[in-house]
Design a protein around this ligand. Sequence first.
Ligand SMILES: C[S@@+](CC[C@H](N)C(=O)[O-])C[C@H]1O[C@@H](n2cnc3c(N)ncnc32)[C@H](O)[C@@H]1O
Length: 238
Amino acid sequence: MRPDAVRSALDVELAAARARRGGDQPRVLDVGGGSGVFAVPMAQAGCAVTVVEPNPNALATLHRRATDAGVADRIVAVQADSDVLATVVPDADADVVLAHGLLEVVDDPKATVAALVGAVRPGGVVSVVVANRYSAVLHRALAGKLAEARRVLVDPAGRTEDEALLRRFDVDALTALLVDAGLTVEVLQGAGALADLVPGSVLEASQEALAELELVAATTPALRAIASRLHAVARRPA
Ligand SMILES: C[S@@+](CC[C@H](N)C(=O)[O-])C[C@H]1O[C@@H](n2cnc3c(N)ncnc32)[C@H](O)[C@@H]1O
């Protein structure tokens, strides 16, 4: 897997968790883990992963992927909604809790973040990836969808009425959500700032150079502000 900004930040946390556990498997909880886009590589990296996911089709794909990758024994899948997280996983147990692509779709993001915080051990981290409102504006404008771009820009939730997702975030809104939950935001970076803008021919021909460019763009504030996704790593106080 080509290193990207999200994975690089997570690898730092997993290495620290492994050292803290004296070389034992870090424990990862992936809430809204879907078909295992993150869970399977984390298991391949030697983590014990629990996926909490309500969609049975996604769980079936996760099972298939985990089996194909030879890591089915390192992944526990729980069919459940984040609303009941505290009843299906132990309190304060995970070294790293992932919520990637989740906060855009839950009914109450504050309650969800509180549940994520309850599941991470003191000193551990919550990793959040969310859709960025300003990227959605930019991409619509570039596609000539100007009315939609304006709507996403002025709408309090950063969306149009006919979208499935309930909200998008920006750097300030994401930071406030995490800080209000008692977390310390240690990383706030962008993903897909430039890779989602360049033509397909460049994507194909220059993968390595683009990946290196993305790593720098991720933490460059002006480019982070327009990245497709925002990634935060936020620590629960020890
Ligand atoms: C955009 S996908 C992200 C999947 C995965 N985390 C990833 O990054 O590839 C969002 C996932 O959240 C799940 N989901 C939606 N509402 C949820 C909820 N209330 N609690 C837990 N998961 C939920 C969906 O079924 C879906 O699999």
